[in-house]
Design a protein. Structure first.
Length: 241
């Protein structure tokens, strides 16, 4: 899905940035992205206006059932060479996935982020992974591991929290803050900014990832500040459900 509420984190910090990475106009209804192969096995990303079709296919596949995802020609916006994400599957009966031949003036193929490097895309992918496997990451942190709030907190973390707090006075572009369902009536929050990502639960802690701290995941205890910040961000967030 490529909508204000759901988009591949590898593409950008917010919905307009993700659209810009694919050369698309950030329309409110969003797009669906179909990553497939042509008859020669070449990789193509088909952009469709039919977001309902793509959402239904994803929900059906998540339930372990088959679904034939075939966007109608009238709904296709553009077909882009390559894939922006890494896939571990390929279409049966076709050649191994490869980029289509390029002619002069063609757009370079989309490529997934290099996982051997660290930068904004990798930072966002890391945040995606924490959000997806929250309980696994949370179980690795003891409350005693947190720095004390206030002066004892990591300066980089203080800067991130201050920039996130600034969103309450100057709301960011759509998708920069997203909120989804979490157990026990809480919300799962995701916020991004220049050089940072936050993953949090409104009833629990937060994790911070930074461009300038490769591979590090910094836990943030609730203390006196975090609960109010998370509540304020949730009010600004685009809600996924």
């Amino acid at each position: 899905m490529l909508t204000p509420a759901q988009f591949p984190g590898a593409l950008g910090d917010d919905y307009p940035a993700a659209c810009a990475a694919l050369g698309l106009r950030p329309v409110t209804r969003g797009y669906g992205l179909v990553l497939g192969q042509d008859g020669n096995g070449a990789r193509w990303t088909v952009v469709t206006r039919d977001t309902a079709l793509v959402a239904l296919a994803i929900a059906t596949w998540d339930c372990g059932m088959a679904y034939d995802l075939s966007p109608g020609d009238r709904d296709i916006v553009v077909s882009l060479p390559g894939w922006p994400l890494t896939l571990a599957v390929s279409a049966p009966g076709l050649a191994e996935p490869h980029d289509p031949p390029q002619e002069e003036g063609d757009r370079p193929p989309l490529v997934p982020p290099d996982t051997e490097q660290w930068g904004p895309a990798q930072r966002r992918l890391g945040a995606d992974e924490i959000a997806l496997r929250w309980h696994t990451w949370r179980s690795q942190v003891d409350d005693e591991d947190f720095a004390a709030p206030g002066e004892g907190r990591n300066p980089a973390v203080r800067r991130v929290l201050a920039e996130a707090q600034a969103y309450t006075d100057d709301p960011p572009p759509p998708g920069r803050i997203r909120s989804s369902y979490a157990e026990g009536g809480a919300r799962s929050l995701r916020a991004d900014g220049p050089g940072w990502s936050i993953v949090a639960r409104t009833d629990d802690i937060a994790f911070v990832l930074l461009d300038d701290k490769p591979g590090e995941v910094l836990p943030v205890g609730r203390g006196p500040e975090l609960p109010a910040l998370l509540e304020a961000l949730d009010k600004l967030a685009v809600r996924i459900d």
